[in-house]
Design a protein around this ligand. Structure first.
Ligand code: NAD
Length: 481
């Protein structure tokens, strides 16, 4: 059985303990590889390697770092098919999706930050007649990057690329549930000639090595994407140590459909925003609010389209809905369907585990599920489910729907559907979300600030924001006379 290795000090190595965790293929329910069960000792040698590598990496010019990061991007692109299949097997997502979205985005992340580092600048202020102030933005040193399982290589590289481009050395931890593509990236980094110790990838449990990274006194900044509870714990540990912290956390995203929308676009895109990646994207819509005059029509058409989605082996090109990432997560999703019914919800379609025949008969598949009849403030409509489950609710006017949309503790993303430009601006202005799409969804420009408000996190990724996060600012004041 294939064994994944840690990548420390430029080499692929076993965990010091010699212990491994079973890694499941969600589509079959079977163990197909082994992940290092690393501990604090592995983190320690990774930090030491990163510290040793830092002076040389930090003093390279952005142009030199650009060369290496672009080579990594090119190699990811060369291996696109292979990486897409690996991601699909590891996560359960359709291979076609990994090929169109996950892996191309990993390429784009490296390219974007390789070039961004060259364009990155800083301000200067003239205190007229007295002084010139200028700001230096210097790499921090050793930084920690911790990522989740839903978009494994996509989100892993979204952190690593800016950290490296800004001149830091990294100790990174992918999710133990989806370690494969981070391991394959380690091999690519070796091939690309990334100097030893600049990037270190340590595999294992969050409670062990994630916590060790967070608590390590030499790791001065943590960039984390994952659940809100984990984020709160990390914040509690990092705050007394005054670490820089970027937290991208959970969501419960509203989609607001006004009667004057472009109906067909709204319908089709809401299907995508609800069920892409089995609903396991932090930006997926989970509460769809529909203005009353079109409620019944939209509901019936939406349910019909949801029923038609093809659930299947993620490796088949025709599959639209793959497997849920783990048995435990599948059970969590199904428990919310039970809760929704207890809270008075009507299941319009789905609601059950889906059993396939053949290779995938023991896979973790859940039918796309649509629920109506719930109040905006019930648990089903307040808590993150993170699966192919959406609720539909009618509304009368803007004020009412904004109250519903903003009633949750989260504030990650929101989608607004209307052809009325003034209304689009008005509603976007009042929504409590860090990312708002009008008449679209997941239309991404990597230059824009990305992240959530409220319990969806602190800080923003993307664009120069990420380079600012991964650098320490220093003001130099020069008296003129
Ligand atoms: P999680 O919080 O369980 O795990 C995320 C990562 O943190 C994993 O690598 C895990 O091993 C590690 N971890 C766990 N406990 C830790 C600890 N005590 N200290 C340090 N690290 C620890 O989240 P998950 O289940 O992997 O991911 C799903 C969650 O991620 C959802 O809530 C989803 O909304 C969120 N998410 C948010 C965004 C965003 O951009 N805001 C993007 C994707 C996913």
């Amino acid at each position: 059985m294939q064994r994944i290795s840690n990548y420390i000090n430029g080499e692929l190595v076993e965990p010091i303990s010699g212990a491994y965790l079973e890694n499941f293929e969600p589509a079959t329910g079977k163990v197909y590889s082994l992940t290092p069960d690393s501990d604090e000792r592995d983190v320690e040698i990774a930090v030491e390697a990163a510290k040793r590598a830092f002076p040389a990496w930090a003093s390279k010019s952005p142009e030199d770092r650009f060369e290496i990061l672009m080579r990594i991007a090119d190699l990811i692109k060369r291996d696109l098919d292979f990486l897409a299949e690996a991601e699909s097997i590891d996560n359960g997502k359709p291979k076609s999706l990994a090929k169109q979205v996950d892996i191309p985005r990993a390429v784009a992340n490296f390219r974007f930050y390789a070039t961004a580092a060259i364009h990155f600048g800083s301000e200067s202020y003239e205190t007229v007649g007295q002084a010139i102030n200028y700001t230096l933005r210097q790499p921090i040193g050793v930084v920690g990057c911790i990522s989740p399982w839903n978009l494994p290589l996509y989100l892993f590289t979204w952190k690593i690329a800016p950290a490296l481009a800004a001149g830091n050395c990294v100790v990174a931890k992918p999710s133990e549930i989806t370690p494969m593509t981070a391991y394959l990236l380690s091999k690519i980094c070796i091939e690309a000639g990334l100097p030893a110790g600049v990037l270190n990838v340590v595999h294992g449990l969050g409670s062990k090595i994630g916590a060790a990274i967070v608590k390590h006194p030499q790791i001065r900044a943590i960039s984390f994407t994952g659940g809100t509870k984990t984020g709160a714990w990390i914040a509690s540990q990092a705050a007394p140590m005054f670490k820089k912290l970027s937290l991208e956390l959970g969501g419960k995203n509203p989609s607001i459909v006004f009667a004057d929308c472009n109906y067909e676009q709204a319908l089709q895109t809401n299907i995508r925003s609800s069920f892409t990646n089995q609903g396991e994207i932090c930006l997926c819509s989970s509460r769809i609010f529909i203005e009353k005059p079109i409620y019944e029509r939209f509901r019936d058409d939406f349910v019909q389209l949801a029923r038609n989605l093809k659930i299947g082996d993620p490796l088949n090109d025709s599959t639209q809905i793959g497997a849920i990432v783990s048995k435990q997560h599948m059970e969590k999703i199904l428990s919310y369907v039970v809760l929704a019914q207890e809270e008075g919800g009507r299941i319009l379609t789905g609601g059950k585990r889906f059993i396939l025949e053949g290779r995938c008969e023991e896979g973790y598949f859940v039918e796309p599920t649509v629920i109506e009849g719930l109040t905006f403030d019930c648990r089903t409509n307040q808590e993150e489910i993170f699966g192919p489950v959406v609720t539909l609710q009618p509304f009368t006017d803007e004020e009412e729907v904004l109250h519903y949309a903003n009633s949750v503790e989260y504030g990650l993303s929101a989608t607004v559907w209307t052809e009325n430009l003034s209304r689009a601006h008005r509603v976007a202005h009042k929504l409590e979300s860090g990312v708002i799409w009008v008449n679209s969804w997941l239309l991404r420009d990597l230059r824009t600030p990305f992240g959530g408000m409220k319990n969806s996190g602190i800080g923003r990724e993307g664009g120069f924001e990420a380079l600012r996060f991964f650098t320490e600012e220093k003001n130099v004041c020069l008296k003129i006379n």
